[in-house]
Design a binder for this molecule. Structure first.
Ligand code: FE2
Length: 450
């Protein structure tokens, strides 16, 4: 008996050691960052929403490796009034170089149309537009999951396409993994892809695992919270990394799912998000995060999020959960006694990387090897969700209607065949590929009579 115990213990040690050897690069390998020099004129300017997003904005930029006096000039186009506001700065050194980041918070903006430019030392940026929504009960925004583009990639084409096709977006939302790795060249790729968009339209984001530096306890890239000037209303251990916004009749919360590395970090975000949703008087409750709570990704569900957290969000009557990380598409509408209800769970990706999906019968819509973007319209009683392929074809659609009579969820599934093209990972194994193709074909035959 004693020896059996020892054998089991030794077996476990060998298994853990093998797991560490197998996953070492994935979990721990740090890649060196190439040297870079931060230009000495304002660059990588980002306009973001403030906490009370009907009136507040925040602007961030980067300039040089040493601080200079910096300002933001705000011009009220309607009233012809100009203000000059001082910027706060933060020196941020990374493996490859030094940056100084600047930030100005603009609060209680009463006009609808402004212009702004930023100044560091004697260098000025161009003038950009800053518009506030001020259309009662109507908000339109884009949601994009992972981007993770390579240098010289295609995300600039995608962003410009969305901007041209939907010019009246109130803001953009990114679900983490905006960059391939926490390195200057990838930040450059992402922010340059959004050049002239991110300066003229507010953008918000949550963290993703690719923005973390690998270690036993992973660390968020120091630059992250200076690129994204989030309102400082986040969970206690996550100030500047998670936030909540109110815009028209919507309350939006972001999570830092990769920051959940222990009980303290888990419950810090759990109780904070619960309180925000409990206290808000806004009609629409939306949360976005990187790692999914509900996933059709093969072996990628995160138990730590899909247990207590999911229950809390259902209890708080959250309408919509926007997720990323899985490089595939899935949409699940909650079913209560056979009736469609909330929350609705969506995971989506706009990355060149594709991962496998499980052909899950419970999923209302699935997608594999497909890049999608989402446009959401919130009006008084209705949240309209549409997911688009890059050729503008609607890939998925649903509606949540909320009135005094209750909540009605309408599945507007376009009834076109699901894009379930196998990834290169499945193609490597013949039996797996055959099994997958059979399941995918049966699903499409059953669901769409194809
Ligand atoms: Fe990810």
């Amino acid at each position: 008996m004693r020896y059996l115990g020892l054998k089991i213990f030794a077996g476990l040690i060998i298994l853990v050691a093998a797991l560490f050897i197998w996953k070492w690069n994935t979990w721990f390998k740090k890649y060196p960052e190439a040297d870079y020099i931060c230009p000495n004129s304002p660059n990588r300017i980002i306009q973001s929403l403030g906490a009370n997003a009907d009136y507040d904005r925040a602007i961030s930029w980067r300039c040089d490796s040493v601080p200079h006096k910096s300002f933001l000039e705000l011009y009220d186009v309607e009233n012809g009034v100009k203000k000059i506001l001082p910027a706060k700065h933060k020196k941020v050194s990374t493996m490859g170089g030094k940056n100084v980041f600047y930030r100005v918070d603009l609060k209680n903006l009463q006009a609808k149309n402004y212009k702004y430019r930023v100044q560091t030392g004697d260098k000025y940026s161009k003038w950009y537009k800053l518009s506030l929504n001020k259309v009662n009960n109507k908000v339109r925004f884009a949601y994009l999951g992972d981007i993770q583009d390579l240098v010289g990639g295609v995300s600039d084409t995608i962003f410009r396409h969305i901007n041209r096709r939907f010019p009246k977006l109130d803001f953009w939302m990114f679900g983490g993994d905006c960059v391939e790795r926490p390195m200057d060249k990838y930040w450059n790729e992402f922010i340059l892809a959004g050049d002239s968009i991110f300066q003229n339209k507010p953008v918000i984001a949550c963290t993703g695992n690719h923005e973390y530096i690998k270690a036993l306890f992973k660390i968020l890239d120091k630059r992250w919270k200076y690129y994204w000037p989030l309102p400082k209303n986040g969970a206690k251990l996550f100030k500047g990394r998670v936030a909540h916004w109110e815009i028209e009749d919507a309350c939006i919360v972001s999570l830092d799912t990769d920051g959940v590395q222990g009980l303290a970090t888990y419950f810090s975000q759990y109780y904070w998000a619960k309180r925000i949703f409990k206290e808000t008087d806004k009609k629409w409750k939306i949360i976005f995060m990187h790692h999914p709570i509900k996933s059709a990704g093969k072996g990628r569900s995160t138990i730590i999020m899909s247990t207590l957290f999911a229950n809390m969000l259902e209890e708080m009557k959250v309408d919509l959960i926007l997720q990323g990380h899985d490089h595939s598409y899935s949409r699940y509408i909650t079913k209560e006694d056979g009736k469609l209800s909330t929350p609705v769970y969506v995971e989506s990706s706009c990355s060149r990387k594709f991962y496998d999906v499980v052909i899950d019968e419970e999923a209302d819509r699935l997608g594999s090897s497909i890049k999608l973007f989402q446009i959401l319209d919130i009006s008084k009683d209705t949240l309209q969700y549409k997911s688009y392929k890059l050729n503008d074809e609607i890939y998925d659609s649903f509606k949540i209607i909320k009135t005094d009579k209750g909540i009605k969820v309408i599945d507007e599934n376009p009834k076109t065949k699901e894009h379930l093209v196998p990834t290169h990972r499945i193609k490597r194994k013949k039996t797996k590929l055959e099994e997958y193709l059979k399941e995918a074909s049966n699903r499409n035959k059953l669901k769409y009579s194809l």
